[in-house]
Write a protein that binds this ligand. Structure first.
Ligand code: FAD
Length: 315
């Protein structure tokens, strides 16, 4: 089974088996089978924040794209994890429910969006989540009724640490005006298109921001001149230096470019960027070591202090 069809970057090798459960019980059954057979697995949502290795994966992939039901009672909307973010927003608009407009055109699925604590255009998923149903590797169901247990801050959640799979999520919306909701949705979608985000396959931002640093990672990358590392098939967006576009390249080329970007920022500003992009599958040990490498920041770096001053005075 080719994984490049399922990854938003359009890269990735093959896997032994693909499971596409359509319900919580099918997901549990798949996990029971994988556990019985000692088969390693990883989960793929929309693949919009992930880089899948070019190597063959000697295991299974769980794709949640068939888990897409959605329903609501008053202002509480419950959906399965595989529902596309944008379908969720459209459902809310159709039922005059407001609060999710910032998620318009946010690529990916609701389960991963909870796992990543996705945020943009003034919103963050943590602010909407009311309850999450997750499944452990043993297929056991866990219900989280207190979002505080899940969300640990900027792009940090319990599910990044415990590897449970989000199966369903209930979100708290508010009554709203259909026309006003549609207008805000159009604004957000236009902003994304205007920023050229959908010109080519990508994973959104490759690196997280670090609020201690005080300058967005995209600005650090831009100022470090990383576009010089662009190649024909794998290149950096002209509009956003934290976006890598792929047009026919491989995952290995994408990783190699990301290393050059990270090194360039470190050389110039002594800031070691952390990946936001998730790595799925088997990467060769030399690449994996480099992916995991950590270096200390020097927040007193002179070039960084200067950039921060300019950035703050322009902000
Ligand atoms: C053009 C573009 C723009 C973007 N803009 C933004 C933005 O503004 N803000 C932002 O926050 N993100 C942004 N992203 C990133 C992405 O949209 C979000 O992170 C999204 O929530 C990822 O969803 P996904 O289903 O594609 O995740 P995937 O890439 O499939 O998975 C991400 C991780 O979650 C795991 N996972 C997948 N499903 C589940 C599940 N149900 N339970 C537990 N773990 C799971 C995967 O194993 C992987 O580790 C952007 C991406 C693109 C391509």
């Amino acid at each position: 089974m080719k994984l490049s069809h399922l990854s938003y970057f359009k890269t990735g090798g093959t896997c032994e088996a693909l499971y596409a459960p359509a319900s919580l019980s099918e997901l549990q059954a798949a996990l029971h089978k994988l556990r019985r057979e000692h088969t390693p697995y990883f989960v793929l949502g929309g693949g919009t924040n992930s880089l899948v290795s070019d190597e063959h994966w000697q295991g299974a992939v769980l794709s949640l794209h068939r888990m897409t039901t959605i329903q609501h009672v008053d202002e509480l909307v419950t959906c399965q994890a595989g529902l596309a973010n944008n379908s969720f927003v459209e459902y809310c608009q159709a039922h005059s429910l407001t609060g999710a407009e910032w998620m318009t055109a946010l690529p990916g699925q609701m389960g991963a969006t909870v796992r990543m604590n996705a945020r943009c255009y003034g919103g963050e998923i943590s602010a909407l989540v009311h309850q999450v149903t997750a499944v452990t590797a043993d297929g056991e169901v866990q219900v989280y009724a207190r979002p505080r247990e899940i969300f640990r801050g900027y792009k940090d959640t319990l599910f990044m640490r415990n590897s449970e799979i989000v199966a369903a999520v209930t979100l708290q919306l508010r009554p709203g005006d259909k026309g006003a909701i549609a207008a805000r949705m159009a604004e957000v979608a236009d902003a994304r298109v205007h920023q050229g985000q959908f010109l080519h396959p990508s994973c959104g931002c490759v690196f997280k921001n670090d609020y201690e640093v005080g300058v967005p990672s995209g600005v650090l990358l831009d100022q470090a001149g990383v576009r010089q590392f662009s190649r024909k098939h794998v290149f950096i967006s002209p509009q956003h230096a934290n976006f890598i576009f792929n047009v026919g390249g491989s995952s290995e080329e994408i990783v190699a470019l990301s290393f050059k970007m990270r090194d360039a920022v470190y050389r110039q500003f002594s800031v070691w960027l952390q990946y936001e992009m998730e790595f799925l599958g088997n990467f060769p040990p030399t690449l994996q070591r480099e992916i995991n490498r950590v270096k200390p920041h020097d927040l007193h770096n002179r070039a960084l202090l200067e950039l921060r001053r300019t950035w703050n005075s322009n902000a």
